[in-house]
Design a binder for this molecule. Structure first.
Ligand SMILES: Cc1cc2nc3c(=O)[nH]c(=O)nc-3n(C[C@H](O)[C@H](O)[C@H](O)COP(=O)(O)OP(=O)(O)OC[C@H]3O[C@@H](n4cnc5c(N)ncnc54)[C@H](O)[C@@H]3O)c2cc1C
Length: 306
């Protein structure tokens, strides 16, 4: 029986894997892919200690770091997906998509999430060509430009607030009549003279040539309009990768795993979770890495004192 099974090869899971090997925990590390969500990013500028790195290179560095320390303690199963985790006597049984099962005393879930993609014509074509799903990552590249934010929840308004610091103008498009974001945030953001919002809008198409030049939408009266913009920031939610533990641990309404932020423990003793698959407020590589290290420290204490 393993001491620990870590699921997920993004910055969270890999950070935990490095710590597990250095603490000599008998660990199985399973991931479907290396590197996590930001692998598609051409230039990550906020991975601390590295001013510029592509998502691909970050993924390679993370994989290399884990493999360098894995030694005889961490067994790696890459290119495999976990399909189920269940409770057994003395621990847990994890099933992979190749049909194999593995037993462990503890489990760390770090399978992150995927951004909900904009279901509009041109969204895929202009992804990373003016359309982006991460303002913190890409926003500064749009300094002095007219940009659009799609989504009227807290993430949409927080994105708009960030962009107002350096863009020429921000127009927020929301499909309903009422915003979902906190009223205080809405009021503050909308009071900025460079901010405009349009409600009851259906986004039809992202238009452009080599890069985005605008957004075509249907307004509340049913008329088609085109808004000129060189950047489009999509914030219409995250889809957590938690289906395979949905019957085991407590999830919130958005299918995120509910954790105790002091320890990263879930409601099931022996299972921890970290990063974008949990109900934390902010989503960044550095945050996932830090959360997973907290989890690993707590798992270590649990294993050595039980
Ligand atoms: C386009 C884009 C650009 C971004 N740019 C930045 C940036 O510049 N800076 C920044 O700090 N943040 C950025 N982010 C956010 C950042 O990528 C996430 O916050 C971070 O990746 C979360 O890490 P994680 O380890 O929690 O999960 P993830 O990165 O989502 O990793 C989860 C891992 O689990 C694996 N997995 C999923 N399901 C299973 C399963 N069932 N079995 C086995 N493995 C599984 C996946 O293959 C993946 O490797 C960006 C996000 C996006 C979408």
């Amino acid at each position: 029986m393993y001491d620990l099974i870590i699921i997920g090869g993004g910055p969270g899971g890999i950070s935990a894997g490095v710590y597990a090997s250095r603490k000599q925990l008998k660990t199985l590390f399973v991931t479907s892919e290396w590197g996590g969500q930001s692998i598609v990013s051409p230039d990550i500028q906020n991975w601390i200690g590295t001013p510029h790195i592509s998502g691909n290179d970050l993924a390679k560095n993370l994989e290399g770091h884990l493999k360098e320390y894995a030694g005889k303690f961490v067994t790696i199963e890459a290119g495999k997906k976990v399909t189920n985790v269940s409770k057994i006597n003395g621990g847990f049984k994890t099933t992979l998509d190749d049909g194999t099962t593995h037993e462990s005393k503890t489990v760390l879930v770090a399978t992150g999430s995927v951004r909900r993609k904009l279901p509009a014509k041109g969204a895929e074509e202009f992804d990373n060509k003016g359309l982006t799903y991460c303002a913190t990552c890409d926003g500064p590249m749009f300094s002095g430009q007219d940009v659009v934010v799609i989504g009227g929840g807290n993430a949409g308004f927080e994105t708009a607030a960030q962009l107002l610091a350096y863009t020429k103008s921000v127009t927020l498009l929301h499909r309903s009549a009422e915003f979902r974001a906190d009223p205080v945030t809405v009021k503050k953001v909308l009071s900025n003279e460079h901010m405009t919002s349009l409600t009851e809008v259906e986004v039809l198409e992202i238009v452009g040539d080599n890069f985005v030049t605008g957004v075509k939408y249907k307004d509340k009266d049913g008329n088609e309009q085109t808004l000129d913009a060189t950047g489009v920031f999509v914030e219409i939610g995250l889809v957590p990768s938690t289906d395979y533990v949905a019957d085991l641990v407590e999830l919130d309404d958005y299918k995120r795993i509910i954790i105790d932020p002091w320890t990263q423990q879930t409601n099931i003793p022996g299972i921890w979770a970290a990063g974008d698959c949990t109900n934390i407020k902010y989503h960044q590589n550095n945050i996932s890495a830090g959360n997973a290290v907290t989890a690993l420290e707590d798992i270590y204490v649990h294993l050595k004192t039980r």
